[in-house]
Design a protein. Structure first.
Length: 378
């Protein structure tokens, strides 16, 4: 639901009842992940998507029905129909379980609290019951990351404590996903399935080297949802005017900036200076950090010399193996814009443990069931 958090927050403040359809289970290939939502308000306005178009019409009508009849939550499944190519279903061959529920903002303060945190940019998580006893389905609990506190209840202290521990773990990992609790005396006598929606701060992209390639890459990174920093030791080049898509432009020696930068396991580090006096101190540090990606620009000759200097600086073979250099996928890129696409394509492929091979030359699933989440803002 956090893909439409700002719209839902506006509807909650109105307050305006709406129907919320959420993807709670995906089997096989499907265009959108678990947690994605479509909502319909009492005026028939729609926001979001659950399938990228395949079953939107049917889900929209189901939302209108649930909203008009003021009925309880409805869970339904959509899949591919072999008998009728034009039947409502997923032509991609996957299956989606959709939970549709009526939301009355006046009686859903936990949901409102979670949406407010997301709308104001705070890290937050909302747990939504998607399977279990009928009186609990659709109920929500929310936790804000800056000042962790529980909003909402499942009706019992044991259940709430068990869910909050899971919510905080998912929030720390920046991961949306399903959990199961209950069926034991320590938590809850009845089995519950909850979908934890997580809104994490934007992942960071650190671009070192205030060059034309950095300008194009900062635009591509911003488009993908990264919080982009451009850093260069030369003040004449490191200016905000040259990098309008960057969230910040820093004038500092790269390795010194990296020593104090706030990073996490989603961070992408792109070194575009191809100047040893900047690159070697920077990469010596960067390759030891628990970040998602470290890439460096340069020719193959530059790469070989860079590896020699890094070894001389004491960088281990294990850490050297993490370096993506020359940076980017082999797309034949020449212009800064093409090179930015090459680099971001490699970052995406690396994040999902994929090869970057054209889909026409592969026969595996396009969207693996257990693929790790992409490092994009929800």
């Amino acid at each position: 639901m956090l893909n439409i958090a700002e719209t839902l927050h506006t509807w909650c403040l109105a307050p305006r009842p709406f129907a919320l359809a959420t993807v709670v289970r995906v089997t096989g290939s499907a265009p959108l992940p678990v947690g994605t939502s479509l909502a319909v308000d009492t005026d028939g306005h729609a926001a979001g998507s659950v399938s990228g178009g395949c079953v939107e019409g049917a889900v929209y009508e189901l939302c209108r029905q649930v909203l008009d009849e003021e009925s309880g939550p409805v869970r339904t499944r959509f899949g591919y129909s072999d008998d009728d190519a034009f039947a409502v279903g997923l032509t991609c061959g996957g299956e989606l379980d959709i939970l549709v529920q009526r939301i009355d903002p006046a009686h859903q303060p936990p949901l409102l609290h979670g949406l407010l945190a997301v709308a104001t940019g705070e890290p937050a998580a909302v747990a939504q019951v998607v399977d279990g006893p009928p009186h609990l389905i659709g109920r929500t609990l929310s936790v804000s990351g800056h000042a962790p506190s529980l909003n909402g209840t499942l009706g019992g202290e044991h259940e709430d404590q068990a869910v909050v521990a899971q919510i905080r773990a998912h929030l720390a990992a920046s991961r949306t996903g399903l959990i199961g609790i209950g069926a034991d005396s320590a938590t809850c006598p009845e089995r519950l399935s909850l979908l934890i929606h997580v809104n994490a701060p934007r992942p960071r992209m650190l671009i070192f080297g205030a060059v034309d390639f950095a300008a194009a890459l900062s635009q591509a990174g911003a488009f993908l949802g990264y919080r982009v920093t451009v850093c260069d030791a030369r003040p004449v080049f490191a200016t905000a005017a040259r990098f309008p898509y960057a969230d910040e432009v820093v004038t500092q020696w790269p390795h010194r900036y990296l020593e104090t930068a706030s990073l996490d396991t989603r961070t992408a580090i792109c070194v575009l200076t191809h100047d040893a006096k900047f690159d070697i101190p920077l990469l010596t540090r960067a390759l030891t950090l628990p970040v998602a990606y470290v890439g460096a620009m340069g020719s193959r000759r530059t790469h070989q010399e860079r590896i020699r200097l890094l070894r001389a600086a004491g960088v281990s073979e294990e850490h050297l193996a993490r370096l993506r250099s020359p940076i980017g996928l082999d797309l034949g890129a020449r212009t800064p814009e093409e090179t930015a696409i090459s680099i971001t394509a490699e970052i995406i492929a690396h994040a999902h443990h994929r090869s970057g091979t054209p889909l026409t030359r592969s026969d595996g699933p396009i969207h693996p069931t257990h693929a790790p989440p992409a490092p994009m803002h929800h």
